[in-house]
Design a protein around this ligand. Sequence first.
Ligand SMILES: NC(=O)C1=CN([C@@H]2O[C@H](COP(=O)(O)OP(=O)(O)OC[C@H]3O[C@@H](n4cnc5c(N)ncnc54)[C@H](O)[C@@H]3O)[C@@H](O)[C@H]2O)[C@@H](O)CC1
Ligand SMILES: Nc1ncnc2c1ncn2[C@@H]1O[C@H](COP(=O)(O)OP(=O)(O)O)[C@@H](O)[C@H]1O
Ligand SMILES: [K+]
Length: 489
Amino acid sequence: MLKILSGEQVKALDAAHVRVQQIQSLQLMERAALAFVSWWDSQDFDPSLPVSVFCGSGNNGGDGFAIARLLSRSGRQVSVFRCFGESASLSPDAAANLEALPSDVENLHWTEFDARSSGVLIDAFLGVGLKGALRQDAKEMVQAMNAFVGTRIAVDIPSGLPADGLLEGDCVKANTTVTFAFPKLSLLFPEHAFATGALVLADIGISDEEYSSFASPYFYLREKDIKGFHRSFHRFSHKGDFGKILLFAGSKGKMGAAVLCCKSALRTGSGLVTALIPEGERHVIQSSLPEGMCLFDLEGDLNRFDAIGLGPGIGVEDSAKMLADIFRRYSRPIVLDADAITVLGQNPDLLALIPEGSILTPHLAEFDRLLGKTENHPERLAKASAFCRQWRLNLLVKGANSVICLADGRQIFNSSGSQYMATAGAGDVLTGMLTSFLGQGYSPEQALVCGVYQHGLAGEIAGKSKRRGTIASDLVEAIPETYLRLNVS
Ligand SMILES: NC(=O)C1=CN([C@@H]2O[C@H](COP(=O)(O)OP(=O)(O)OC[C@H]3O[C@@H](n4cnc5c(N)ncnc54)[C@H](O)[C@@H]3O)[C@@H](O)[C@H]2O)[C@@H](O)CC1
Ligand SMILES: Nc1ncnc2c1ncn2[C@@H]1O[C@H](COP(=O)(O)OP(=O)(O)O)[C@@H](O)[C@H]1O
Ligand SMILES: [K+]
């Protein structure tokens, strides 16, 4: 899994890579520029549109000069706009790439830029080397870029955005950010969505192993990581191997939640799924989901279930006693979602009873109910980390780039998903998937990694044809295709 390093660590990573691969830093910069241009070539930019590249005096600017050269070589009309004065001292690699600009690239000062011109703007002014607040002249450059009417693309990070923390002043508002090697932490904060735009990760040839000497609690989960987390089953596997699970979900008027999470668990592969529901509502499950079974009370040994998921649509009235009873009688990790989390927020004394390693999946409002009002994402991640360590629990901060917060303090940002998943019941589908994986014998970490990634992938698959018409049932129907896409049998 890709480690997310701090802006400060990037220099050391680049230096280590240059040492290990025995290349020059100029070659690494060339790789970054080539990776950017390879992404560019995969897009359908109108070839007749002029390209304006804003270049700073550091290595981000160096990337910009190299990109300008490569785009001009492929026939684009390119101008660079220098974001520095005559007396500025350039980084050696930026100076080399400025020197290497072909004569057909127009070389201008940023004050000569006409914001009403058409085309595409590439922002290679400031990268992860930004220190403190923008200087006055830098603010003006950022404003000039933001006044541009066409598409803005940021190289590595929008200029002015700090790599690891929250934005305080101005920064470039990019439509797309093409970031190198790993996504900088701040690009994953919802507060910065307006500045980051679409996020593209460009590979510059640094292997996952080269990150091993750098410490960071943050990771980025990609498609290629998933297969290694899955268990494999053999041809003699029977439905017991795929797990018997119990889902406590739904109540009068909210039985859809139970249907969605049970169906999602079955589509994820569970062998036997039982819904714990009010007896009067049994027709809903039995008529819409013939594969599902129902239970109307909590009699018998709960440990006969391989996994339990609790919460979607159960209501908050009278649920506290039921939760306490389950926590006391069940010894393995449980998935806790929706109303179960609200109940925990109202009854914090229940936290100590939750089986170790359990998984809580709050959306942002449920998160605040559980852990108190939270102002921003960094604060949320810090609170989640302390909570998980204190109670030996795992917690998922849901949203775009949902964050898997593990009991040992690691925090894994998911890369799959789309805005079309912001629809009623999408969380219930996730609860079904996570419980299903626990029931299939996955550890909480494996269940979270596979469940969260595949849930997002199902959202991408469903959203491709259904766009904003996507509903949670579409996610359920897309789950089988996620196994095909990942080549998991
Ligand atoms: N080894 C390399 O050569 C590689 C470098 N890369 C690029 O290099 C970037 C990092 O380069 P650098 O470390 O040179 O840093 P940057 O180019 O990001 O920033 C340094 C420049 O920013 C100016 N600056 C800093 N704080 C400022 C402030 N508050 N107001 C105004 N100006 C300010 C400095 O005067 C300097 O000109 C990455 O973001 C990436 O784009 C990538 O190409 C990957 C490989
Ligand atoms: N913009 C988005 N991008 C990616 N995933 C999203 C987005 N919005 C919502 N999701 C995902 O959809 C799910 C919504 O869960 P939740 O808010 O609990 O829904 P509900 O309570 O309606 O079931 C979460 O897994 C979340 O990560
Ligand atoms: K930039």
